[in-house]
Structures are given as structure tokens and as C-alpha cells.
Design a protein around this ligand. Structure first.
Ligand code: 5GP
Ligand code: ZN
Length: 113
């Protein structure tokens, strides 16, 4: 997707602080962190949101969660973190490329706002 900021990060056209990568996924620091640790985990390939994922993406969706767990371990927050995706504008999705927020390092309230 030519005008997608996360596709540009995945291709290296736009810089980001990358903390984990493998052939299919990428994790980088959020530009506007909402917690001491705030990482975004994305598929390198453009998928608009979780509801835009297809049956054929099942393996990739699993690998995204494993990438999140590895990232949490690497950053030393594996004991207490939250993994969340905002699906759709009404839920706060502002970038239309599937991403999971990994948040940690502060008290995380429930229910989230
Ligand atoms: P959403 O609101 O779609 O759930 O999350 C999008 C996230 O992407 C936001 O937390 C925002 O701070 C982050 N973000 C938007 N543009 C950029 C960027 O160019 N670089 C990085 N590292 N994060 C970005
Ligand atoms: Zn994209």
C-alpha cells in the first residue's frame, strides 16, 4: 500500500526504532507512547485490520502473537503486559494496517478506557 505509514516502516522507507523482526513480522516503538513500554507489532504484509484478515492469514496471526511474546521477553516485561488491537475507527484505530499494541511498565487498569 503506497500511502500506508506502517508499510513504509516495514520497507525501511520510514525510520522506526525496531525492537524485534522476523521474515513476516516487525515490532517497533510507538511514536507517542502510552506506557513506559509501548511497542507496535505488525505483519510486514499489508492487512487493513483484524477483520480484514482471511482464513489464509491464520498462521501469520499466530506468528504475530508469538512475536509479541518474544518482544515482551526481550524487553523484560513478559510477566505483566497488555496486547491490544483497536479494530475500526470507533475503537480508536487511526492507522489502517493491522497492529497490536504491547503496553507495559505501569499499572494497567481494567476495563480499559
Ligand atoms: P491505533 O490508533 O491505530 O490503534 O494506533 C496507531 C499507533 O501508531 C498510535 O499509537 C501512534 O502513536 C502510532 N504511530 C502513528 N504513526 C507512527 C509512526 O510514523 N511511527 C511510529 N513509530 N508510530 C506511529
Ligand atoms: Zn500497510
Amino acid at each position: 500500500m503506497a500511502d500506508c505509514i506502517f508499510c513504509k516502516i516495514a520497507s525501511g522507507e520510514v525510520n522506526a526504532r525496531i525492537v524485534y523482526e522476523d521474515p513476516e513480522t516487525l515490532a517497533f516503538l510507538d511514536l507517542n507512547p502510552q506506557a513506559p513500554t509501548h511497542v507496535l507489532i505488525i505483519p510486514r504484509r499489508h492487512i487493513g485490520s483484524l477483520t480484514a484478515a482471511a482464513e489464509a492469514d491464520a498462521g501469520l496471526l499466530g506468528r504475530l502473537q508469538l512475536a509479541a511474546a518474544r518482544t515482551a521477553k526481550q524487553l523484560g516485561v513478559e510477566g505483566a503486559f497488555r496486547l491490544v488491537t483497536n479494530n475500526g475507527k470507533g475503537a480508536g484505530q487511526s492507522v489502517d494496517h493491522l497492529h497490536y499494541h504491547l503496553l507495559a511498565g505501569r499499572k494497567l487498569l481494567w476495563p480499559p478506557g
